[in-house]
Design a binder for this molecule. Sequence first.
Ligand SMILES: Cc1cc2nc3c(=O)[nH]c(=O)nc-3n(C[C@H](O)[C@H](O)[C@H](O)COP(=O)(O)OP(=O)(O)OC[C@H]3O[C@@H](n4cnc5c(N)ncnc54)[C@H](O)[C@@H]3O)c2cc1C
Length: 454
Amino acid sequence: MLRHWYECKKPVKISKKPLTNPTEPIKKYDAIVVGAGPAGATAAYFMAKSGLDVLLLERGPYPGAKNCGGASLIAEHTHKLFPNFWDECECERIVTQQAYWLMTEDSILSSSFQSMKLAAAPFNRFTVKRRNLYKWLCDKAMNAGATLLLNHQVDDVIFEDSQAIGVNMAPQLNCRFLADIIVLADGANSLLAEQAGLVPQVSPQDLSLYVKETIALPAQVIEDRFNLPPGYGSIIGLVGYPTAGFNGTGSIHTFKESININVGMPVADFAKSGIKPYELLDRIKKHPLIKPLLAGGVTLEYGSSVIPEGGYHAIPELVHPGLLIVGDAASLVNGTHGFNLSMWSGFFASQAAYQAKISRDFSKKKLSLYQTLLNESFVIQDLKANAKMAGLQQRVPYLFNLYSQLANETAYHMSKVYTMPKRAKRVFIFKKITSIQPLTKIASDVWKVLKVIP
Ligand SMILES: Cc1cc2nc3c(=O)[nH]c(=O)nc-3n(C[C@H](O)[C@H](O)[C@H](O)COP(=O)(O)OP(=O)(O)OC[C@H]3O[C@@H](n4cnc5c(N)ncnc54)[C@H](O)[C@@H]3O)c2cc1C
């Protein structure tokens, strides 16, 4: 068992592929970035900007092709890296409404905050289409001098002893590229890092599978149904009923002329329950209070992807000789927020790469500047602060579902008019709630939650 673990961790030498023409000289880059998502494109941009010769490799036919739909982008973190980015990147809606819906089969208890103060520059959040965000970042990287090759799937990393020196491309491309520094930005569950023995296999409990659907609706219909001023948007977190009794989450994001529904939970819970991912999406779409919001909509896209939600304790070793791991590949996701952590990790990797380049030292020690910068930033500090959250969800697997039910049950009886006197009504509600979950269990769960709140 221990031997197996050791063999797994040991970097492997994979340099067996022949070149198309072994006599042809191979161009050597300063840095190769694998994956043109927010992490990879940001790393490529800042490295190219500082004068490095950068190759950015993306397996999709265009940036963002492998990631459908859209999401919310935290403005301040992005603005600090790319000042006034909203003037260049096509954003969909300025988010002025954030809500959480605790759901049961037939009811929703909502907490919602809406303010035009959130619409003041430098803004709070935007909704963005992935393909626009990814394209914008890739265009920036190319304008700064990076070379982007699309339809280029990397198959494995080439090592000389334990030093990463290049990448082998998929068999149909029959080529390889060499560089002093490899940045792995290939997204969640990085098969390249795992295959090279640089990271352990992600546990199915730490990896959440999300299904998502984008539904087209006219802009005015979206604004009327979600009570939004023209051009502004909302993000709604969905908790409880959508994930069929398991701890997971869903969300609704509004875009200019479409809305996105996402829902997911740990892969381990899908396996345990036998629930099919699309069944969770159906639970949301068929919910009697959500169905009218989608009426008349046309499905534009449908897809699924994974998020590494293991938190701080699931972050693997990110610095290796000649190689850095960034973004989702590095498990740098906080809750379901990953864009800002990805972009900043790409930026920190670029700083370490630049320092390594000018000192011509690509050792693990030199590149560990990346880890230092991450540790000193909000990326690791916030993940550390939330470190116990992932564990709590595993220890209290009924947390989201049961407490959504209790909250809705309480709200129902409080809203319903009874003929009994008010004091008797309070006792009646108390008895109803504690018949579902005894008071001692509620107190113990509250204590468990309070203990993990940073
Ligand atoms: C349903 C869902 C909703 C989300 N919502 C939000 C949100 O609202 N806000 C937020 O901040 N974050 C959100 N996230 C998280 C966010 O999407 C990720 O954290 C972020 O995209 C990570 O960026 P990345 O560059 O590390 O990886 P990715 O965006 O996954 O990019 C990786 C890129 O690498 C390419 N690639 C992979 N393997 C190879 C290979 N072998 N060779 C070449 N190219 C390769 C892929 O095609 C892809 O383009 C959400 C995630 C999901 C799944």
